[in-house]
Design a protein around this ligand. Structure first.
Ligand code: HEC
Length: 154
């Protein structure tokens, strides 16, 4: 008898805890998420404009499997590290050559053509992403936009 009471008490207790956290969640979540995001920004410089954010997304759909996650290279030995390719102290690849190579590829060398899947504005976004990685201010990892940091009031 006593055991049954204890068990029932525990069940009611945990139900109350769940109910309380559900009631509180809408008030607590946006604030704490924003605080964490702002802390990350000041530490990691992952805050980017929309264009670079989109470039990061394209990159991690189409390019990372040969040129490396976060554009660090080192996956497919034939595919160069594009941070080096764009760097003034590396190949110093101009923007137009990047766009042309990405659109048309170099089939004989194992670089696919992307013009069926990507238009020039997507490739321009890819360029901006890789350039930010090459210049070094954009750290590895998932970047965020200013709009991602704002508290959602709804
Ligand atoms: C299947 C593997 C593969 C994928 C996926 C891939 N690439 Fe490449 N990429 C290569 C290879 C291999 C080369 C080197 C070609 C050569 O030796 O001329 C290359 C070269 C390049 C170059 C020229 C760099 C230089 O210094 O000559 C650019 C720019 C480039 N890729 C951009 C991209 C972009 C942007 C994407 C995603 C949309 C992408 N690549 C996806 C394999 C790939």
């Amino acid at each position: 008898m006593r055991n049954k009471h204890v068990v029932r008490g525990a069940v009611v207790g945990s139900w109350l805890a769940v109910a309380a956290s559900v009631m509180w969640a809408p008030h607590l979540l946006p604030g704490s998420v924003t605080a964490a995001a702002i802390r990350d920004t000041s530490r990691d410089s992952l805050l980017v404009p929309e264009s670079i954010y989109q470039g990061w997304k394209w990159w991690h759909v189409y390019c990372y499997r040969c040129h490396g996650e976060d554009a660090i290279g080192g996956i497919n030995p034939a595919a160069p590290d594009l941070r080096w390719a764009l760097s003034p102290s590396g190949a110093n690849f101009p923007r137009d050559s990047f766009v042309n190579t990405a659109l048309n590829g170099r089939a004989a060398k194992g670089m696919p053509s992307w013009k069926v899947l990507l238009d020039t504005s997507a490739i321009a976004e890819l360029y901006l992403y890789v350039k930010a990685r090459s210049d070094g201010w954009l750290k590895p990892g998932r970047p965020h936009r200013a709009s991602d940091l704002q508290t959602k009031s709804q």
